[in-house]
Design a protein around this ligand. Sequence first.
Ligand code: NAD
Length: 304
Amino acid sequence: MAKIAFFGLGNMGGPMAVNLLAAGHQLSVYDPFVKSLDKFTNDRVAVDKDKITVAETPASAVEDAEYIVSMLPTGKHVVDLYVGNEQTPGIIQHINKSALIIDSSTIDVDSVKSVHAYAQQHGIEMLDAPVSGGVSAAQAGTLTFMCGASQENFERAKTVLSGMGKNVFLAGDTGAGQIAKMCNNMLLAVHMAGTAESLKLGINNGLDPAVLSQIMLQSSGSNWSLEKYNPAPGVMANAPASHDFKPGFTVELMLKDLGLALQNSVSTKSSVPMGALARNLYASYGSQDDANAKLDFSSIWKMF
Ligand code: NAD
């Protein structure tokens, strides 16, 4: 079993860390946001107190760590953590040369490449391993990991990733995991918006959205948003739609991902008309009311 430093105990990182404990690993955790840290420690310290250290500083979290896992909001958070900024130095200098960094945050490829290059200058290996599946899959330990790494680092990372996910893929070299994730989430935004609009059209014609969902699930309109994350309130008891759109995966995080896809489409001269439409829809919805940005992304339902 491995000694793991874990950074970012939010909606995703919290349950992922819990699964690493359940897999028998020893964890040193750090999160500057008291609410995230408290939720994790309240849930786990009593149960797993011999396996958890709550670190006072990022540097102390990585002492003796064989693996470092980060699950942070944006590329800036990841660069600040490892490389540092004008106010705070990064943690690379404190990491053992034999340790492996696994960043599972969804971030831009340039940030991945800059942290990877900086880590290599210090003799440390790193891979990008963003995830798909959302909070429920993080809780169930059934996430899909998409890795950008050498074959050797990919094999090393599997020891840890298999404790948090069901599917672990090697997409290609450094940054390739983020590209796979970006393509996936652009498609997710498109089918979530399309699912909401179709269900609303049915309701406006007097259909019950639960019945319409059952029909479409057995028909050619079937998709993940309809099956696992239905945006119509009341259709699926544990979907965010049935809990006032409490996240889950926030509108602002989806907007971040769509922004990454559109930026990349410019640099690769790719045509992404559906992704652009989905981004504009989410941007318009997110700016209608500040509160919308903090709701689950399935709340795009309210636009229709
Ligand atoms: P979140 O905002 O709930 O959690 C992020 C956590 O990181 C917060 O608790 C924050 O305090 C912490 N943090 C920030 N800087 C830190 C630092 N330097 N050290 C330690 N902790 C730090 O976000 P989330 O929903 O858990 O998402 C995390 C990442 O996973 C994002 O990149 C997101 O795009 C991606 N993602 C989210 C989902 C989802 O359904 N929520 C699904 C797939 C991927």
